[in-house]
Design a binder for this molecule. Structure first.
Ligand code: FUB
Length: 321
């Protein structure tokens, strides 16, 4: 399968992908030209709404279902609708989204709908105890786990043991890297059921990846899938622009680093979803080729993902696809 751009009409990024009612749904961030200068805080990613998309088949055209949630309708809104994900339980769809509050602090919000196409009605407040960005929700035997977090503009370095620090703190170079977080959701899907836990990624010797290991350590863009009974946690390395993955026998980890899924693409960010549909596996992601490299104007892309005999993932070359 050749890689293809999914929606040339507009800039969309950070795809979350799920099969609902036999169709494939994509929930991306909706990039736009805000005119805000580029900085390490990510202020130039100033998105204001979300759309939902669906596909009847992997080769078919993508259907744009329009706006499913707008920042102006979210009571606690400050700015910047970043990465989101959607989960289904008992006839309702739950949209989990990253957004800054009125004090410019990222939290994770929830909005609820009867259909994946929305409209999604936001709760008046973010999830209690939530912080940082990039929620990914994974279901296992009726329990839902959220994986989240993002460094730099995503503010994860401002928290330790789920408490806000006076100011951002990075570990020393050879100390364990700042981990992403995993938390089980409450049965009503609207809150955390427990304190978020660190998601530890170990190297092949059983040592946690260190803060200076920019080629492998977590930065943002959590995604979880299961293959042959194992949990595959994948993520972006941020400033080294790769999608990597680590595996575990337990959704809470610890995970062991396995390798690179996607080498750097054109653009600063890289963010993805991995899903099996009709017996094949796919990588949904984004790059900035159509915008001639403008990092804040990203385009959705799709390519088949393959495994090796030993269940490792075959690396895809980002620039050439
Ligand atoms: O789209 C804004 C941010 O860029 C996302 O939340 C990150 O994962 C990165 O893709």
């Amino acid at each position: 399968m050749n890689a293809r751009y999914l929606f040339p009409n507009d800039y969309m990024a950070d795809p979350a992908v799920h099969i609902f009612n036999g169709k494939l749904y994509i929930f991306p961030s909706h990039d736009r030209e805000s005119g805000i200068p580029e900085n390490d805080n990510g202020d130039h990613f100033d998105m204001k709404d979300y759309h939902a998309f669906s596909m009847n088949d992997i080769d078919s055209d993508i259907i744009d279902h329009g706006v499913i949630l707008d920042v102006k309708d979210i009571p606690w809104a400050g700015r910047q609708l970043w990465d989101s994900d959607v989960a289904y339980k008992n006839g309702k769809y739950y949209l989990y989204f990253s957004m800054k509050d009125k004090n410019d602090i990222f939290h994770i919000g929830v909005a609820v709908a009867d259909k994946p196409e929305g409209p999604f009605i936001p709760l008046p407040d973010p999830i209690r105890g939530s912080y940082s960005i990039d929620p990914c929700v994974f279901e296992e035997n009726g329990e839902f786990y959220m994986y989240f977090g993002g460094l730099w503009g995503g503010q994860l370095q401002r928290y330790r043991d789920n408490k806000a620090l006076e100011s951002a703190e990075f570990p020393a170079v050879n100390e364990a890297a700042i981990p992403s977080r995993v938390v089980r959701l409450s049965s009503d899907m609207l809150q955390f059921a427990e304190e978020p836990r660190p998601l530890i990624i170990l190297d092949q010797h059983g040592n946690p990846l260190t803060n200076d290991d920019n080629e492998r350590r977590f930065f943002e863009a959590s995604w979880m899938h299961k293959y042959k009974g194992k949990y595959y946690f994948s993520y972006s390395t941020g400033d080294t622009h790769k999608l990597c993955y680590a595996t575990s026998d337990n959704p809470y980890g610890p995970f062991t680093y396995k390798g690179v899924i996607l080498t750097p693409v054109i653009g600063w960010t890289t963010h993805h979803a991995i899903i099996e549909w009709k017996g094949k596996w796919y990588l949904f992601h984004h790059d900035c080729v159509p915008s001639n490299g403008l990092t804040w104007l990203r385009s959705l892309k799709l390519i088949e993902l393959e495994y090796n005999e030993d269940d490792t993932i075959k690396t895809i070359e980002g620039i050439t696809i």
